[in-house]
Design a protein around this ligand. Structure first.
Ligand code: NCD
Ligand code: ZN
Ligand code: ZN
Length: 428
């Protein structure tokens, strides 16, 4: 017995969309049939899911998320985080190692993979730390972590401050064909500032995080990537200056790729309503000019992929206020509707472009086999209603945390059903 998903809209490319039926057998896509009139394929003896004209996308992929387990289970767990991801239409997520303990040993990699297997409902790909405890002093055992199943190395949450340490890490990663994923931040330029150095900081008398604190690392690391030949991936790009450097790096043939979050495309410092820590994240909301540079960079391919940087924190932690609250906002359950409503429904992007940046592009950048609807592929799929309009209501989130600046936004493009390897893991 297999599953027929009937009457779904498939986006083949910018020009071609078809109403189609998909047949799934043993977790894989076995047939793709173009609908003709009202005629249905022979579905006898099979399970039938009627997509009712809604979009069927390859399952969304998010290469930058925080699941908080082990150590911060009050913010999120692998169980709650993967449910939140499924509701957002994500079928594969790559989790950051800034847990407690951090993911810097084989034991912790195993712990995360076992938990994901037992309690997770979407695919979880862990990253391992570049340095032990993310302290920047000593490299982890890359070979052992790779063998245990990590897909790349990163100290996300903090920048690797020493250029020599980063160079050694890149040389080692390059030798084993693994990517380095970098949170770019020079601590000497940041000094505990909670928001961007700009209009909001000035108005409220706050210390500011300057654009150079990010871009200095991007520039340094592109030179180191050129020297070592590593695949270097820049986390959550937020500044015009970083983009300029990534563009140059690509032009001269350095293997540099980059990602951007929805909030850096949709919000800037002018939008922050007041001293509300649900607007505090790292990197911070920058100037309008930076926001526009990020949009253009995604459009021209300088930035390769979209990610959420889903960073759950509890209400108590966020209630500490702009100066003391931790950085980060949740992202899974708003990402697709936000991007669809603000960029596709407005006519700026095609649906094909948005889907590519959340499915096949991340798969290509990180050499994953998922991200495409084709015969023989794992049936990782998402059904999305592009028409229904609904306001963002954090009380409905499957995530344990509700720290979002998007409360009340009226959006279209809500996922209805998420399938991983032919199994429905969430449906409305
Ligand atoms: N992005 C954030 O604001 N916070 C992240 C850390 C990070 O992604 O650097 C977190 O772990 O909370
Ligand atoms: Zn980061
Ligand atoms: Zn992060």
């Amino acid at each position: 017995m297999g599953i027929w998903i009937i009457n779904g809209t498939l986006v083949h490319n910018e020009l071609e969309t078809t109403l189609s039926h998909l047949y799934i057998e043993q977790g894989k896509i076995a047939q793709i049939v173009k609908a003709s009139g009202d005629a249905l394929p022979a579905t006898d003896g099979h399970e039938v899911i009627d997509a009712k004209g809604a979009l069927i996308s390859a399952g969304l992929i998010d290469m930058h998320v925080h699941l908080r387990e082990p150590g911060f289970e009050h913010k999120e767990t692998i169980a709650s985080g993967t449910r939140s991801a499924a509701r957002g239409g994500f079928t594969t997520i790559a989790c950051m190692p800034n847990t407690r303990p951090v993911i810097d040993t084989v034991e912790t990699v195993k712990y995360v993979l076992d938990k994901a297997e037992q309690e997770g409902i979407v695919r979880v790909l862990p990253y391992g730390c570049i340095t032990k405890n993310e302290l920047g002093r000593e490299l982890t055992d890359f070979a052992a972590l790779k063998a245990a199943g990590v897909i790349g190395f990163t100290d996300d949450g903090v920048g690797v401050q020493s250029a020599q340490m980063m160079k050694d890490a890149m040389a080692k990663a390059a030798a084993m064909g693994m990517p380095i994923i970098a949170h770019c931040e020079d601590n000497t330029l940041v000094e505990g500032a909670p928001v961007n150095e700009g209009t909001f900081a000035t108005k409220h008398g706050l210390k500011g995080i300057p654009n150079e604190s990010e871009a200095i690392h991007v520039g340094r690391d592109i030179l180191l990537a050129e020297a070592t030949g590593v695949h270097y991936h820049v986390c959550h790009v937020s500044t015009e200056q970083s983009i300029r450097l990534i563009r140059l790096g690509k032009q001269i043939g350095v293997k540099v790729t980059a990602e951007v979050c929805p909030h850096h495309l949709l919000l800037c410092e002018e939008d922050i309503p007041g001293m509300d820590a649900n607007w505090k994240m790292n990197p911070p909301l920058r100037s309008r000019r930076d926001m526009e540079a990020c949009i253009e960079a995604l459009e021209d391919g300088t930035i390769d992929i979209l990610i959420t940087d889903h960073a759950p924190h509890s209400e108590e932690e966020k209630a500490k206020g702009m100066n003391l609250a931790p950085f980060g906002i949740v992202g899974f359950e708003t990402a697709f509707p936000l991007l669809y409503t603000k960029f596709v429904a407005t006519g700026r992007w095609t649906l094909a472009f948005l889907l590519e940046r959340m499915t096949s592009k991340p798969a290509d950048v990180f050499k994953l086999t998922s991200g495409r609807i084709e015969i023989g592929a794992d049936a990782d799929l998402t059904i999305i209603d592009l028409e229904q309009e609904k306001a963002v209501d954090p009380t409905t989130f499957a995530s344990k945390s509700r720290n979002t600046p998007f409360t009340g936004w009226k959006l279209k493009g809500w996922p209805k059903l998420t399938m991983v390897a032919g199994k429905v893991v969430w449906s409305e």
